[in-house]
Design a protein around this ligand. Structure first.
Ligand SMILES: O=C(O)CCC(=O)C1=CC=C[C@@H](O)[C@@H]1C(=O)O
Ligand SMILES: [Mg+2]
Length: 373
């Protein structure tokens, strides 16, 4: 039985080592909310609310998460007796959407629960992998720079490369990449840059032997993706369209995709992520673990999730040092020959460098039992 006694929220901020560019803009600085839930025995669990500072990827932002966490999600926790983290997402049923805020708290409670059970989070999720294959994202629209980044990722052993494409930055870009790397396991993420009017361009992508095209059409679409999949041989992977178990169910029913990028933040936490994984395995839909250019707490949770048997495609789980000068976890997540070893310690299996957390904290709120209820 878990009794949450205190919650500590820290908005942290770090510059990326290299800007992350898509057709939607460039991310140079990253904020995230680190959530520490502390039970009556003084045991801490950590989660990370991963919305960006502006609503370019989903409708949530660091500020909306701060509001929903402060005013809705946390106050309701103090008088709850939680038997299992699987109960947490239904506690939030009366609060619509706000999946990343919910995921931040839910994952922190999963970490706390696993620590109380003295078990690795991966084991409690039902994961069996002792190491996880991983891929990397080339986030530049400049072909020359992209080829240089791919060369570095190849040296580091990443098992597949994801590039970003959009109208006017697709065919020639992919031709340049394929010229240098004809056999590279390669996928492309469009972040909803196309419409069905672009169908001829999208058909042309079939010449590049892509593993998949991720989210080519509107972030809320299922129907046009199903139409598009009938016209192209490249498998469609959905990302932004899948914000819930029901979205995954609908996409599978409609034939909108052959692959789903599962991000626990986008779908409200680990329980929902696991349910979507199980549904996809049942319906022979491939899944992989997406990233959110996050810090070490969410990266550690992704690692635990990616140990589930259905995660057969290398995910977006790069090393801590790819993005950050100094992450907030110890040890850092490291990639060796394209694999990441799964920690065997209790919970997420990484500890928090509190000194570093304090250094990069820009705003802070602590709740004690009774406040906010
Ligand atoms: O976390 C990573 O290493 C990269 C993740 C990544 O590619 C994305 C994160 C968030 C928004 C997008 O730009 C993109 C995606 O759509 O998957
Ligand atoms: Mg994506």
């Amino acid at each position: 039985m878990l009794h949450i006694e205190r919650v500590r929220l820290s908005i942290i901020e770090m510059p990326l080592k290299k800007p992350f560019t898509t057709h939607l803009g460039t991310l140079g600085n990253r904020q995230s909310i680190i959530i520490e839930v502390i039970d009556r025995d003084g045991v801490s669990g950590f989660g990370e609310a991963v919305a960006f500072s502006s609503p370019w990827y989903t409708e949530e932002t660091t500020k909306t998460e701060w509001h929903i966490l402060n005013d809705y999600l946390i106050p309701g926790l103090f008088n709850q007796e939680i038997n299992h983290p699987n109960e947490v997402s239904s506690l939030f049923d009366s609060i619509r959407r706000n999946e990343m805020a919910k995921s931040g708290i839910e994952t922190a409670i999963w970490d706390l629960y696993a620590k109380k059970q003295a078990e690795p989070l991966s084991k409690l999720l039902g994961g069996s992998r002792k190491e996880v294959p991983t891929g990397a994202v080339v986030a530049t629209q400049n072909a020359e720079a992209a080829i240089k980044q791919i060369e570095k990722f190849q040296e580091e052993g990443y098992q597949r490369i994801k590039v970003k494409i959009s109208p006017g930055n697709d065919i020639d870009f992919l031709k340049a990449v394929r010229k240098e790397y004809p056999n590279l396991p390669l996928m492309a993420d469009a972040n909803s840059a196309y419409t069905l009017d672009d169908i001829e361009q999208l058909k042309a992508l079939d010449d590049f032997q892509l593993m998949m095209i991720e989210q080519p059409l509107s972030v809320t679409d299922m129907v046009d993706h199903a139409t598009l999949q009938k016209h192209i041989s490249t498998p469609i992977c959905l990302d932004e369209s899948i914000t819930s178990f029901h979205d995954a169910y609908s996409a599978i029913k409609l034939g909108s995709c052959q692959i789903i990028n599962i991000k626990m933040g986008r779908v409200g936490g680990l329980e929902n992520a696991k349910r979507i994984h199980d549904l996809c395995v049942e319906h022979h839909i491939k899944v992989w673990c997406g990233g959110m250019i996050e810090f070490g707490v969410s990266r550690a949770h992704n690692l635990a999730l990616a140990t589930l048997e259905g995660f057969t495609i290398p995910g977006d789980i790069v090393s801590s040092q790819h993005y950050w000068e100094k992450d907030i976890i110890e040890p850092f997540v490291e990639v060796n020959n394209g694999m990441i070893s799964v920690p065997t310690g209790a919970g997420i299996g990484f500890s928090i460098n509190r000194k570093r957390l304090k250094e990069v904290t820009i705003s802070y709120e602590e709740y004690v039992k009774g406040k906010g209820v």
